[in-house]
Design a protein around this ligand. Structure first.
Ligand code: ATP
Ligand code: MG
Ligand code: MG
Ligand code: MG
Length: 476
């Protein structure tokens, strides 16, 4: 089942059930406090909060998303992409928990011939918030799920709130069991490699009051209860396509294969190389989609995220053993894999290609000059009899030459030297603190905020999302 087929089944299923089909919004969110669209609900936030009356009672979409917070997971877990698509169905004061559970179950288990995904009921597990007895009852009655495949979990995973007074409520998540060869028995509460999370149902039910973290008061039920759900398109695609992870699906695999060909690697032969091939496949696609949505490489904000994705790709290819340029061969593979779903990547390809080739060229040269600096520092260190490269050299390479720290670590190690990582981190932190102080009110552009930063638009209360602000220095 091709990814585009799953997308069509989704839109048809929910469209047939009274949902208005809303096209994906841009990856660049309208909300100035968000770097990117990080979930399907982002474009619907004004309706979900009740700030703006929704023009429909029910909606559905397949939303392009970027989550840089997941970047370190890419290639290592089977399920985290920096770019992915989230299929959502939304109810604005219309249907609620019972129907949301009924739709999710039916769509997943309906035979393929009838427009569903044809999952076997016995492969599916769910989690619910610990005291959400209604949800448990609906999973049993409406979906016919046995008790032992319904797990009750706490606030950390199964409760949604904005982090400030406003709508809040329990979540219920659906998982696919890949079988004992992937990990321990015991359901999603025990093993997140064997049991893959595919769908999150959020029941916006309560009005929360003041509080911090997971400690807050509930003021009562919301007058209008809403549904927000998100199903990971790539996750479902990899499970339906019978492959091992989301980097092997039809929309991603061709880039991986090209990277393997260019580096003379056999995918599956070596774990470390496989991770790098998956990183390349992921980052090339994310970069393609970001540029198609108008982002260009730069040293701040969204452009910096793009720049880091491109540089990490160069670096991964280099670590795979390729010294020369590769973008001219990798990007067309991604374009061809994505153009059925997003024709703009083909129409706009000349511009996209010019941008990536220029960026690759600049970074290759940067890499060359940085390498000269590093070689000199290595020589001096050795002459002095020390075994550790000065941390300020590592910092200079990062700051001025855009050298990822792990590249410096690796190159130093090749020369038999170590780097004081703690001292380097301290220098990085000092720089971040300076940047924060300088940026003042512009600080949001340094961060990939959680989706709930969108609620800052509510205005009256202090937004606490910045406490989770991540500068992502680890990205390159
Ligand atoms: P996980 O626990 O696996 O990191 P999540 O709980 O962070 O996922 P949600 O915020 O609940 O994910 O997003 C809704 C759905 O979107 C998930 O159930 C999953 O199917 C999909 N999804 C989330 N993050 C990613 C990602 N980085 N790559 C691919 N799909 C994703
Ligand atoms: Mg996550
Ligand atoms: Mg999760
Ligand atoms: Mg989740």
């Amino acid at each position: 089942m091709q990814t585009a087929d799953i997308q069509n089944r989704w839109l048809t299923y929910f469209g047939d059930r009274g949902h208005t089909i809303v096209p994906s919004a841009s990856l660049v969110s309208d909300d100035p406090t968000l770097l990117f669209t990080v979930a399907g609900m982002v474009p619907f936030v004004p309706y979900l909060t009740g700030l703006v009356p929704a023009p429909y009672d029910r909606a559905t979409s397949v939303q392009k998303c970027i989550r840089t917070l997941d970047i370190e997971e890419v290639g290592k877990t089977p399920r985290h992409g920096t770019f992915f698509q989230m299929n959502g169905n939304f109810s604005f004061g219309d249907y609620f928990k019972k129907e949301a559970i009924g739709f999710a179950w039916e769509f997943l288990t309906l035979p393929e011939a009838d427009g569903g995904l044809g999952f076997r009921p016995e492969d599916l597990w769910v989690t619910v918030y610990e005291d959400d007895d209604d949800a448990v009852a609906y999973w049993k009655d409406t979906a016919g799920l046995p008790d032992e495949r319904i797990q009750r979990l706490g606030m950390d995973t199964n409760y949604w709130s904005t982090g400030q007074p406003g709508p809040a409520g329990p979540c219920s998540e659906i998982f696919f069991d890949r079988g004992p060869e992937y990990g321990a028995d015991g359901g999603p509460a025990t093993d997140d490699d064997r049991y893959v999370e595919i769908w999150n149902l959020v029941f916006m039910q309560y009005l929360r009051g003041e509080g911090k973290g997971k400690e807050f008061s509930i003021l009562g039920e919301l007058p209008k209860q809403n549904i927000d759900t998100g199903m990971g398109l790539e996750r479902v695609a990899f499970l339906k396509q019978g492959v091992e992870n989301m980097y092997e699906i039809d929309q991603v695999r061709p880039v991986l294969d090209k990277a393997a060909e260019l580096s003379g690697r056999t995918y599956g032969a070596d774990h470390e190389a496989d991770v790098r091939l998956r990183v390349v496949a992921d980052h090339v696609r994310s970069s393609l989609m970001l540029i198609a949505d108008g982002v260009t490489p730069s040293n701040e904000g969204r452009g910096y995220v793009l720049r880091r994705l491109l540089r990490r790709t160069v670096r991964a290819m280099r670590l795979l053993g390729v010294e020369g340029t590769t973008f001219a061969e990798l990007f067309p593979e991604s374009r061809d894999a994505m153009k059925a779903a997003y024709p703009e990547v083909e129409k706009d390809y000349d511009r996209i290609s010019r941008i990536v080739l220029a960026e690759e060229d600049v970074f290759m040269r940067t890499l060359a000059s940085g390498t000269t600096i590093l070689d000199t520092a290595v020589e001096n260190t050795k002459k002095s009899g020390a075994s550790e490269l000065p941390s300020d050299t590592a910092f200079l390479l990062h700051d001025t030459f855009g050298f990822p720290i792990d590249l410096t670590l690796e190159m130093a190690a090749e020369a038999g030297l170590s780097v004081d990582r703690d001292a380097f981190d301290t220098l990085m932190k000092q720089q971040r603190d300076r940047a924060k102080a300088d940026a003042g009110s512009k600080k949001q552009f340094l961060a990939d905020l959680s989706v709930y930063g969108a609620f800052r638009a509510l205005g009256e209360t202090t937004f606490t999302g910045y406490e989770n602000l991540q500068t992502d220095s680890s990205v390159i």
